[in-house]
Design a protein around this ligand. Structure first.
Ligand code: CDP
Ligand code: CDP
Length: 206
Protein backbone atom coordinates (compact mmCIF):
# COMPACT_ATOMS: atom_id res chain seq x y z
CA UNK A 1 0.00 0.00 0.00
CA UNK A 2 1.07 3.60 -0.57
CA UNK A 3 -1.31 5.57 1.69
CA UNK A 4 -0.57 6.63 5.27
CA UNK A 5 -0.12 3.79 7.77
CA UNK A 6 1.20 4.65 11.21
CA UNK A 7 2.79 2.34 13.76
CA UNK A 8 3.00 4.03 17.18
CA UNK A 9 5.50 2.52 19.61
CA UNK A 10 5.57 3.97 23.12
CA UNK A 11 7.04 2.88 26.42
CA UNK A 12 9.48 3.71 29.21
CA UNK A 13 13.21 4.28 28.78
CA UNK A 14 15.33 1.55 27.17
CA UNK A 15 12.39 -0.82 26.72
CA UNK A 16 13.47 -1.74 23.18
CA UNK A 17 11.26 0.77 21.32
CA UNK A 18 13.98 1.88 18.90
CA UNK A 19 15.23 -1.61 18.12
CA UNK A 20 11.71 -2.87 17.43
CA UNK A 21 10.81 0.26 15.43
CA UNK A 22 13.84 -0.03 13.15
CA UNK A 23 13.11 -3.70 12.48
CA UNK A 24 9.41 -3.07 11.72
CA UNK A 25 10.32 -0.16 9.42
CA UNK A 26 12.84 -2.32 7.54
CA UNK A 27 10.36 -5.22 7.22
CA UNK A 28 7.56 -3.11 5.71
CA UNK A 29 9.60 -0.41 3.98
CA UNK A 30 8.23 2.29 6.31
CA UNK A 31 10.09 5.44 7.40
CA UNK A 32 11.15 5.58 11.07
CA UNK A 33 11.27 8.54 13.45
CA UNK A 34 12.83 8.21 16.91
CA UNK A 35 10.98 11.12 18.56
CA UNK A 36 13.19 10.86 21.66
CA UNK A 37 15.96 12.38 19.56
CA UNK A 38 13.90 15.58 19.18
CA UNK A 39 13.70 16.00 22.96
CA UNK A 40 17.33 14.93 23.37
CA UNK A 41 18.39 17.63 20.87
CA UNK A 42 16.46 20.28 22.82
CA UNK A 43 17.92 18.96 26.09
CA UNK A 44 21.44 19.11 24.64
CA UNK A 45 20.82 22.70 23.51
CA UNK A 46 19.85 23.69 27.07
CA UNK A 47 23.03 22.08 28.42
CA UNK A 48 24.86 24.35 25.95
CA UNK A 49 23.09 27.39 27.42
CA UNK A 50 20.19 27.82 24.99
CA UNK A 51 16.61 28.48 26.05
CA UNK A 52 14.44 25.36 25.66
CA UNK A 53 11.43 26.74 23.78
CA UNK A 54 13.58 28.76 21.34
CA UNK A 55 15.73 25.66 20.74
CA UNK A 56 12.63 23.52 20.08
CA UNK A 57 11.27 26.05 17.57
CA UNK A 58 14.62 26.22 15.74
CA UNK A 59 15.21 22.44 15.68
CA UNK A 60 16.65 20.88 12.51
CA UNK A 61 16.01 17.12 12.68
CA UNK A 62 18.26 16.59 9.66
CA UNK A 63 21.30 17.81 11.55
CA UNK A 64 21.38 15.47 14.57
CA UNK A 65 24.57 13.87 15.84
CA UNK A 66 23.13 10.72 17.44
CA UNK A 67 26.35 9.74 19.22
CA UNK A 68 26.36 13.08 21.10
CA UNK A 69 22.65 12.79 21.94
CA UNK A 70 22.71 9.25 23.38
CA UNK A 71 24.33 10.03 26.74
CA UNK A 72 22.89 9.93 30.27
CA UNK A 73 23.14 13.69 30.98
CA UNK A 74 21.42 14.53 27.67
CA UNK A 75 18.65 12.00 28.46
CA UNK A 76 18.01 13.71 31.81
CA UNK A 77 17.97 17.15 30.17
CA UNK A 78 15.57 15.79 27.53
CA UNK A 79 13.19 14.57 30.20
CA UNK A 80 13.23 17.98 31.90
CA UNK A 81 12.46 19.97 28.72
CA UNK A 82 9.86 17.36 27.71
CA UNK A 83 7.70 18.43 30.66
CA UNK A 84 7.32 21.95 29.15
CA UNK A 85 4.07 22.29 27.13
CA UNK A 86 5.59 24.96 24.80
CA UNK A 87 8.47 22.65 23.93
CA UNK A 88 6.08 19.78 23.12
CA UNK A 89 3.83 22.09 21.07
CA UNK A 90 6.78 23.23 18.94
CA UNK A 91 7.49 19.61 17.95
CA UNK A 92 3.95 18.42 17.14
CA UNK A 93 3.54 19.46 13.49
CA UNK A 94 6.78 17.82 12.35
CA UNK A 95 5.84 14.53 14.06
CA UNK A 96 2.24 14.50 12.75
CA UNK A 97 3.35 15.17 9.19
CA UNK A 98 5.92 12.38 9.48
CA UNK A 99 3.30 9.98 10.89
CA UNK A 100 0.84 10.51 8.04
CA UNK A 101 3.30 10.55 5.15
CA UNK A 102 2.57 8.21 2.28
CA UNK A 103 4.30 4.84 2.31
CA UNK A 104 3.96 4.22 6.05
CA UNK A 105 5.78 5.39 9.19
CA UNK A 106 6.91 4.04 12.53
CA UNK A 107 7.30 6.57 15.35
CA UNK A 108 8.61 5.69 18.78
CA UNK A 109 8.40 7.81 21.92
CA UNK A 110 6.12 8.36 24.92
CA UNK A 111 2.97 10.00 23.52
CA UNK A 112 2.69 8.78 19.92
CA UNK A 113 -0.43 6.65 20.44
CA UNK A 114 -2.05 9.08 22.90
CA UNK A 115 -1.31 12.57 21.50
CA UNK A 116 0.71 12.67 18.27
CA UNK A 117 -1.21 10.03 16.33
CA UNK A 118 -4.32 8.78 18.16
CA UNK A 119 -5.53 7.40 14.80
CA UNK A 120 -2.43 5.17 14.34
CA UNK A 121 -3.29 1.84 12.72
CA UNK A 122 -1.09 -0.10 15.18
CA UNK A 123 -0.20 0.94 18.74
CA UNK A 124 2.30 -0.97 20.84
CA UNK A 125 3.34 -0.20 24.39
CA UNK A 126 6.73 -1.82 24.87
CA UNK A 127 7.90 -2.39 28.42
CA UNK A 128 10.19 -4.52 30.61
CA UNK A 129 11.19 -4.58 34.27
CA UNK A 130 13.36 -1.69 35.51
CA UNK A 131 16.28 -4.04 36.18
CA UNK A 132 16.19 -5.64 32.73
CA UNK A 133 15.98 -2.27 30.99
CA UNK A 134 18.88 -0.92 33.06
CA UNK A 135 20.96 -4.00 32.28
CA UNK A 136 20.35 -3.62 28.51
CA UNK A 137 21.09 0.11 28.46
CA UNK A 138 24.19 -0.43 30.62
CA UNK A 139 25.53 -3.04 28.17
CA UNK A 140 24.74 -0.75 25.23
CA UNK A 141 26.45 2.34 26.74
CA UNK A 142 29.45 0.53 28.20
CA UNK A 143 29.90 -1.26 24.86
CA UNK A 144 30.22 2.15 23.22
CA UNK A 145 32.94 3.09 25.71
CA UNK A 146 30.80 5.28 28.03
CA UNK A 147 31.92 5.44 31.67
CA UNK A 148 28.69 4.20 33.33
CA UNK A 149 27.64 1.81 36.10
CA UNK A 150 24.56 -0.42 36.06
CA UNK A 151 23.31 1.21 39.30
CA UNK A 152 23.76 4.67 37.78
CA UNK A 153 21.84 3.70 34.65
CA UNK A 154 19.02 2.21 36.76
CA UNK A 155 18.78 5.46 38.72
CA UNK A 156 18.65 7.48 35.48
CA UNK A 157 15.87 5.34 34.00
CA UNK A 158 13.78 5.45 37.17
CA UNK A 159 14.12 9.22 37.51
CA UNK A 160 13.10 9.77 33.89
CA UNK A 161 10.21 7.31 33.98
CA UNK A 162 8.82 8.97 37.13
CA UNK A 163 9.12 12.45 35.58
CA UNK A 164 7.71 11.30 32.22
CA UNK A 165 4.73 9.49 33.76
CA UNK A 166 4.05 12.19 36.37
CA UNK A 167 3.97 15.29 34.16
CA UNK A 168 0.74 17.00 33.08
CA UNK A 169 1.76 17.46 29.41
CA UNK A 170 1.40 14.22 27.41
CA UNK A 171 2.41 11.87 30.24
CA UNK A 172 3.88 8.45 29.50
CA UNK A 173 1.00 5.95 29.51
CA UNK A 174 -0.41 3.29 27.17
CA UNK A 175 -3.22 4.43 24.87
CA UNK A 176 -6.52 2.69 25.70
CA UNK A 177 -6.24 0.72 22.45
CA UNK A 178 -2.52 -0.10 22.67
CA UNK A 179 -1.24 -3.67 22.87
CA UNK A 180 1.35 -4.10 25.63
CA UNK A 181 4.50 -6.01 24.77
CA UNK A 182 6.39 -6.96 27.94
CA UNK A 183 9.90 -7.92 26.83
CA UNK A 184 11.30 -8.73 30.29
CA UNK A 185 11.75 -12.38 29.33
CA UNK A 186 11.81 -11.91 25.56
CA UNK A 187 14.94 -11.72 23.44
CA UNK A 188 15.03 -9.05 20.80
CA UNK A 189 14.22 -11.47 17.97
CA UNK A 190 10.98 -12.61 19.64
CA UNK A 191 9.95 -9.04 20.45
CA UNK A 192 10.50 -8.01 16.82
CA UNK A 193 8.61 -11.08 15.52
CA UNK A 194 5.62 -10.23 17.75
CA UNK A 195 5.57 -6.60 16.58
CA UNK A 196 5.91 -7.58 12.91
CA UNK A 197 3.04 -10.08 13.28
CA UNK A 198 0.78 -7.38 14.75
CA UNK A 199 1.51 -4.99 11.88
CA UNK A 200 1.07 -7.71 9.25
CA UNK A 201 -2.33 -8.68 10.72
CA UNK A 202 -3.51 -5.07 10.66
CA UNK A 203 -2.30 -4.66 7.07
CA UNK A 204 -4.27 -7.72 6.01
CA UNK A 205 -7.36 -6.44 7.84
CA UNK A 206 -7.11 -3.29 5.64
O1 CDP B 1 14.44 2.79 22.20
P1 CDP B 1 14.51 2.29 23.61
O2 CDP B 1 15.21 3.24 24.50
O3 CDP B 1 13.18 1.89 24.16
O4 CDP B 1 15.35 0.94 23.61
P2 CDP B 1 16.48 0.42 22.61
O5 CDP B 1 17.53 1.44 22.49
O6 CDP B 1 15.87 -0.12 21.37
O7 CDP B 1 17.01 -0.84 23.42
C1 CDP B 1 17.86 -0.69 24.53
C2 CDP B 1 18.90 -1.80 24.48
O8 CDP B 1 18.28 -3.04 24.84
C3 CDP B 1 19.51 -2.01 23.09
O9 CDP B 1 20.90 -2.23 23.25
C4 CDP B 1 18.81 -3.26 22.59
O10 CDP B 1 19.61 -3.99 21.70
C5 CDP B 1 18.54 -4.04 23.88
N1 CDP B 1 17.36 -4.92 23.83
C6 CDP B 1 17.48 -6.25 24.17
O11 CDP B 1 18.58 -6.70 24.48
N2 CDP B 1 16.37 -7.08 24.18
C7 CDP B 1 15.15 -6.61 23.87
N3 CDP B 1 14.09 -7.43 23.87
C8 CDP B 1 15.01 -5.24 23.53
C9 CDP B 1 16.14 -4.41 23.52
O1 CDP C 1 15.86 5.84 24.45
P1 CDP C 1 15.17 6.20 25.76
O2 CDP C 1 13.91 5.43 25.92
O3 CDP C 1 16.10 6.09 26.92
O4 CDP C 1 14.82 7.77 25.70
P2 CDP C 1 14.25 8.60 24.47
O5 CDP C 1 13.15 7.87 23.81
O6 CDP C 1 15.39 9.05 23.62
O7 CDP C 1 13.60 9.87 25.18
C1 CDP C 1 14.36 10.79 25.97
C2 CDP C 1 13.37 11.59 26.78
O8 CDP C 1 12.59 12.40 25.87
C3 CDP C 1 12.34 10.79 27.56
O9 CDP C 1 12.78 10.42 28.87
C4 CDP C 1 11.14 11.73 27.60
O10 CDP C 1 11.22 12.66 28.66
C5 CDP C 1 11.25 12.52 26.31
N1 CDP C 1 10.31 12.09 25.26
C6 CDP C 1 9.00 12.54 25.34
O11 CDP C 1 8.63 13.22 26.30
N2 CDP C 1 8.12 12.24 24.36
C7 CDP C 1 8.48 11.50 23.30
N3 CDP C 1 7.59 11.24 22.35
C8 CDP C 1 9.80 10.99 23.22
C9 CDP C 1 10.70 11.29 24.24
Amino acid sequence: GTGPFTVAIDGPAAAGKGTISRAVAAEFGFAHLDTGLLYRAVGAATLAGEEAVAAARALDPAGFDEALLRTGPVAQAASRVAAMPEVRAALVDFQRAFARRHGGAVLDGRDIGTVICPEAEVKLFVTASDEVRARRRFLELSGKGHDVTEAGVLEDLRARDARDAGRDAAPLRPADDAVTLDTTRMDIGSAVAEAVARVAARRRAG
